[in-house]
Design a protein around this ligand. Structure first.
Ligand SMILES: *Cc1c(COP(=O)(O)O)cnc(C)c1O
Length: 455
């Protein structure tokens, strides 16, 4: 249709079909999320093509950062597409294993790994990146002098500086992550730690996420590679055999462009860290947002509209529970909003500046302020693109707002749109058992619950 990008046309097609099939319904399903599985396959394909393969080095392992979207069916899909999985907690490790990843394709990063978690991961042969010297001492104890089954590295902090979003910048001089390379004496102490542990064969870095320029990330990787070369020179052999370059490729939240491309980042890495591609190092990547963000969107009905202080406001069912970062830090995490009618057809009215509010009971629960869109009316649908990573997959339980259903979408060659359920919606009337307390509430005392038909 005129004026819509191909991606927006696709969202319209998915929405119309979702309404037709009842996945969005004014009574029963006011909010739903969609993962474009064809888009995910295309993105993962472009990631695999962007990194060179060298006959002398093992294939690059692209370990998806599970925190970006930890739904087990999504992780399993990424496994089938040839990715590994980066995890940063016991829960994420459990999800990666449930998704069927082989332990040697899982990378365990976390600044707070417990002794028990380390023993478990090392016992399975999961790759472990130690965050600090105290953790290395725990790994020593867990190994008890035995050669590890796992690949083991240390996360280094190049201390190069931050990007535009402080909370996403991990390479600042005082970041909580990794071992500093620039602090006085720190580099020498880490060199000694590698010298004392011949099984330390990887170096890990993750210079930051959204808001960090590619050049800063590539320079951070260059510092990690330079450190690896230093370890190897001191050891007189190739002790460090692999570099884990982390993730962090930013995405464009302002439009449908998939920029910057993975290839652009690889060119930047080649310019700043040519030794990474010398064939002497295995490579692990940990991309999260850039794999999933643009392949997911959220859709919600408008419940009411009003005017306040001269401004139109649409109260929708999508708010802080699915867009936590945007609601609490709208300057750093702006999202686009698209207006559709109740049947899922894009609205074409003249743009009117309006606020798009969520359902939660606090004034700041706004997805967008003063946004020019065709005037929304009750029963319309708003779509929120670019929410495939760190949004609906990481719900916030404020106001006991339920987690929405997540539907995978595939388009068949005949043009048919097919949905598969990736996560069922929570039913707000079903109070989760752990939330009922130790003794719970006997069912017969819950006479106030509405009958099934009302749900
Ligand atoms: C969050 C994180 C990632 C993924 O970052 P994205 O910006 O989603 O690509 C990768 N590695 C580590 C260690 C992380 O903490």
């Amino acid at each position: 249709m005129t004026g819509l990008t191909p991606a927006a046309q696709r969202r319209e097609r998915i929405l119309r079909e979702a309404v037709r099939q009842g996945l969005l319904d004014r009574e029963r399903s006011l909010l739903a999320a969609f993962v474009d599985l064809d888009g995910v396959a295309a993105t993962v394909g472009s990631l695999h093509r962007a990194f060179p393969s060298s006959p002398s080095a093992p294939p690059v392992l692209h370990a998806f950062a599970a925190k970006a979207n930890s739904l087990v069916p999504v992780l399993a899909e990424l496994r089938r597409l040839g990715m590994g999985c980066e995890v940063a907690s016991a829960g994420e490790l459990a999800r990666a294993l449930a998704a069927g990843f082989a332990p040697d394709r899982i990378v365990f990063d976390s600044p707070a790994k417990t002794e028990a978690e380390l023993r478990y991961a090392l016992g399975l042969g999961v790759t472990v990146n130690a965050d600090n010297h105290q953790e290395l001492a725990r790994i020593d104890r867990a190994l008890g002098g035995r050669a590890p089954l796992s690949k083991i590295g240390v996360r280094v902090n190049s201390q190069l500086g931050g990007g535009a979003i402080a909370a996403m910048s991990t390479a600042t001089s005082t970041s909580k992550f990794g071992v500093p390379l620039a602090d006085p004496g720190s580099r020498r102490e880490l060199l000694r730690a590698y010298r004392a542990r011949p099984w330390l064969t990887w170096v890990h870095t993750h210079a930051g996420s959204q808001g960090c320029p590619l050049e800063l990330m590539a320079r951070g990787v260059a510092r990690a590679v330079a450190f690896a070369e230093e370890v190897n020179a001191a050891a007189g052999r190739r002790q460090v055999t692999g570099i884990d370059i982390g993730g962090g490729l930013p995405v464009d939240f302002a439009g449908d462009a998939t920029e910057p491309a993975f290839g652009t980042y690889v060119a930047e890495l080649r310019a700043h860290a040519p030794a990474l591609f010398s064939g002497g190092y295995g490579i692990v990547t940990e991309f999260g947002r850039s794999v999933l963000a643009k392949n997911g969107f959220t859709a919600a009905y408008v419940e009411y509209t009003k005017h306040m202080g001269g401004r139109p406001i649409a109260v929708t069912h999508a708010g802080v529970q699915v867009a936590t970062r945007t609601v609490f830090d709208p300057g750093a995490w702006p999202l686009r909003i698209e207006a559709y009618d109740g049947g899922g057809t894009a609205k074409r009215g003249a743009p009117v500046r309006q606020d798009i509010a969520g359902p939660a009971c606090f004034a700041g629960d706004l997805l967008a302020r003063d946004r020019a869109l065709p005037l929304l009316e009750p029963g319309d649908i708003v779509a929120v693109p670019d929410t495939g990573a760190y949004y609906f997959s990481t719900p916030f339980h404020y106001n006991s707002l339920p987690e929405p259903a997540v539907h995978g979408v595939r388009t068949h060659s005949d043009g048919r749109v097919a949905f598969e359920l990736l996560r069922p919606a929570q039913d707000p009337w079903d109070v989760p058992v752990p939330d009922r307390g130790v003794h719970g509430t006997p069912r017969r005392e819950r006479a106030h619950e509405p009958a099934h038909g009302v749900r």
